[in-house]
Design a protein around this ligand. Structure first.
Ligand code: PLP
Length: 390
């Protein structure tokens, strides 16, 4: 009998991948399923980015690279952050990783251990809680509530800090809610952290370029007073439609760069070289595709919110960023899981139960509107007739 480590039984998963597999299985049986489950842009990576990778391969970039990424990529990230936020970031603090997820994996491994507490958003990206539990640390949920537009409340967050708190994770714009935390709350958090110098902050800003109605992205990078304990997570997946390339970056405090690089040496060694060249082309080339995608998402966002609010028993606050809507379904009388499985098996719509993102997701459903308007319209009509049939 094999005996995997006990920690394996504490490791969770990302249900979106399971729903995707189930949707594919139903499709293989000849059923039609519209996928509003998975969170990835339905666009192709811009052509000039693909060409940069092809050129790198043709030029013989086939070997290992430095574990933290090739210098021109880390310099391109630093210049990009300067253009976006007007801050100076030493390229030596940038660590390239195979996907934004890996920065969170490293950060949680670095701070999680039995006895430690890690505060994380709930509902939130499921890997936060999964990885915290894996390390044996205690997950401390930060409830995100509909009445606050799913933004976090800095006072509530600061009250959760104890002498055992090692790491706080925040995420704005947020998955699964699309919530955007206002500048005032972020400023209050940064000010409050002055009383807790032992606490590190992981700011997951993977949706930094997907904001609507003229909202600006408030990056935690713009607060120099926390530069010595901020881990910034961002990457290419959502911004440049590059989910399958597996490329992301972390900006680490000087004192943690060596540890993060060592974790890379112990796991992925480096990101494949051609992808790193593609990453440079994405940051330095034309940005019109980023704007085009954001515009398309915005149009779908407006449609989804209006359509959800028109369904009986469903209400939906307007998401300010990312490409998710998080409608409240509690008045339908169905639990989030019942809704997820009914929609998938009986209506042919893949969506994710809010509880897949933590206990505070009960009564909600996550819809990804990274799908064509035509498909979204068809999904809404299937939902409407399924709800009426029940
Ligand atoms: N952080 C959040 C909040 C996400 O929603 C995702 C992907 O869905 C990631 C990080 C991971 O992104 P990547 O595909 O670059 O690993």
């Amino acid at each position: 009998m094999l005996k995997p480590a006990a920690a394996m039984s504490r490791l969770g998963t990302e249900t979106a991948f399971e729903v995707l597999a189930r949707a594919k299985a139903l499709e293989a049986q000849g059923k039609s399923v519209i996928n509003l489950g998975i969170g990835q842009p339905d666009f192709l990576t811009p052509g000039h980015v693909v060409e940069a990778a092809v050129k790198a391969l043709r030029d013989g970039q086939h070997g290992y690279t430095p574990a933290n990424g090739i210098p021109p990529l880390r310099e391109a990230v630093s210049a990009y952050l300067n253009r976006c936020y007007g801050v100076e970031v030493d390229p030596a603090r940038v660590v390239a990783v195979p996907g934004g997820k890996v920065t969170m994996f490293f950060a949680i491994l670095m701070f999680g251990e039995p006895g430690a507490e890690i505060i994380y958003p709930n509902p939130g990206f499921p890997i936060y809680e999964s990885m915290i539990r894996f390390t044996g640390a205690t997950p401390v949920p930060l409830p995100l509530l509909e009445e606050n537009g799913f933004a976090f409340d800095a006072d509530v967050l600061l009250d959760l800090i104890t002498e055992r708190t090692r790491l706080i994770i925040i995420n704005s714009p947020a998955n699964p809610t699309g919530g955007v935390t206002p500048r005032a709350e972020i400023e209050k958090l940064v000010a409050g952290l002055a009383d807790h110098p032992q606490v590190c902050l992981l700011s997951d800003e993977i949706y930094s370029r997907l904001l609507y109605d003229g909202r600006e992205h408030v990056s935690l990078l713009t607060f120099p007073e926390i530069a010595d304990r901020l881990i910034l997570l961002d990457g290419w997946s959502k911004t440049y439609a590059m989910t399958g390339w597996r490329l992301g970056f972390g900006v680490w405090p000087e004192s943690l760069v060596e540890g993060a690089t060592r974790l890379a040496v112990n796991s992925n060694s480096c990101v494949n070289a051609a992808t790193q060249y593609a990453g440079i082309a994405a940051l330095e080339g034309p940005q019109d595709s980023v704007e085009m995608m954001a515009k398309a998402f915005d149009e779908r966002r407006r449609y989804v919110v209006k359509a959800m609010n028109a369904l009986p028993g469903v209400s939906c606050v307007e998401p300010g960023g990312a490409f998710y809507a998080f409608p409240n379904i509690s008045e339908t009388g169905l639990s989030a899981k019942e809704m997820e499985s009914g929609l998938l098996n009986e209506a042919g719509v893949a969506a994710i139960a809010g509880t897949s993102f933590g206990v505070y997701g009960e009564g909600y459903l996550r819809l990804s509107y990274a799908n064509s308007l035509e498909n979204i319209e068809e999904a809404v009509s299937r939902m409407e007739s399924w709800l009426a049939r029940r």
